[in-house]
Design a binder for this molecule. Structure first.
Ligand code: PLP
Length: 374
């Protein structure tokens, strides 16, 4: 009995038939760009996301880029302005910032939360800092009292990278008094990459914001910069979500909370059952503060442990073994800075299977293997 890290066929199996019926309807509609299917998903995600304006877009990286470009078009940021983001994020967060001509400023992670260490935030702020991009990495809320105070004191924009966070809830209210990730900041980017907690069957993403003006700019930017047909007010992109992905996402969205609840149960089981002191299961309290997009464990002999699990047919992954600042594309860019906690995490973290379809027997097999590990 092999347990792959993630089996997308098995993940989508319960929805396959319903999706096929819905997609057939979309195919027969003859609308293949925009139209009712995309509008329906935008409305559904808006309801899920506290009534925010939602723009369905092509993927999570584009969603981040569009928000940043949108703020630049609105005059809230200028080329060369700085955006703070955590050093241990997925590279897309950093790419979005540099791509639009802004400057990513990395802040090291906290070893316990595995998220931005807000005690290091104040020191990273300069007169060119305009925004913080909290990344809800692994589905863990990246938002606390210190960050909230600094945002207010320095009048910063909060642009959430909610690619991994859908359905997580902060115990502390965001800038507008809401609690769900994706509703905490001024604007948020979502990814529906197939492995995310709400996964499409291809690439897809979204922008959510309370700011109607920003939403209108993002919508235009994603459609060649046009506010109406053949009238281009911005030098825009083509970053639209296609109706087939929108149809699939509308079908799956009502199930995301149930799947997240199942992930929480599985995480609690790992926490309860794994007693091997060489392995730390990194859970979160309260459990609603995460959707367990990933369940991360830490182990000093991580690579050895992964091989041991692989030999027993258990798949794992690492998110991420090489932080963005060490990637070749950023060589020289962050040369004078050190991110010791990010480095330490990169060499000790391992993501364990946490897919909502896992049976108790399967999780038990994994926890027993972890307990037998020497
Ligand atoms: C997946 C992901 C993205 C990018 O999303 P895509 O849809 O793959 O472009 C951005 N940031 C984080 C943290 C992610 O996990």
């Amino acid at each position: 009995m092999n347990i792959p890290f993630l089996d997308l066929k098995r993940l989508n199996a319960p929805y396959e038939q319903g999706i096929a019926v819905a997609v057939e309807r979309t195919i027969r509609s003859g609308r293949h760009i925009g139209g009712p299917a995309v509008e329906a998903f935008e409305e559904a995600l808006s309801r899920y996301q506290d009534g925010r304006h939602v723009v369905a877009v092509s993927n999570g990286l584009d969603a981040l880029k569009l928000v940043l470009r949108g703020y630049m078009e609105l005059g809230r940021m200028r080329p060369g302005d700085e955006v703070i983001v955590q050093a241990n994020t997925y590279i897309a967060s950093v790419l979005a910032i540099s791509e639009v001509g802004l400057k990513p400023v990395l802040v090291d992670a906290d070893i316990k939360t595995m998220n931005l260490d807000s005690s290091k935030l104040e020191a990273a702020i300069t007169e060119r800092t305009r925004a913080i991009m909290p990344v809800h990495l692994y589905g863990r809320v990246c938002w606390d009292e210190t960050m909230k105070r600094i945002v207010k004191d320095h009048d910063l924009l909060v642009i959430e990278d909610n690619a991994q966070g859908i359905g997580s809830e902060s115990p502390l209210a965001g800038v507008d008094g809401y609690f769900k990730t994706g509703s905490l900041g001024h604007a948020a980017a979502f990814s529906f990459y197939p492995t995310k907690n709400l996964g499409a069957m291809g690439d897809a993403g979204a922008v959510a914001t309370l700011d109607a003006e920003l939403a209108a700019v993002v919508r235009a930017l994603a459609n060649y910069g046009s506010d109406r047909r053949y009238h281009n007010i911005y030098r825009g992109y083509n970053c639209r979500m296609d109706p087939i992905q929108a149809t699939i996402l509308s079908y799956k969205l009502p199930f995301v909370d149930r799947e997240n609840a199942r992930r929480r149960e599985i995480a609690a089981m790992y926490k309860r059952e794994v007693t091997n002191r060489a392995i730390t299961i990194c859970t979160v309290e309260p459990s609603t503060a995460t959707n367990y997009h990933q369940l991360v464990a830490r182990c000093d002999s991580r690579d050895h442990m992964r091989q041991y699990l692989a030999d027993r047919g258990i798949g794992t992954d690492i998110h991420y073994a090489t932080p963005p600042y060490l990637q070749p594309c950023y060589a020289g860019e962050f040369a004078n800075t050190a991110y010791p906690v990010t480095d330490r995490l990169a060499s000790t973290i391992v993501s364990l299977p946490i897919a909502p379809y896992l049976t108790y027997a399967e999780v038990e097999r994994i926890t027993e293997a972890l307990n037998d590990y020497r």
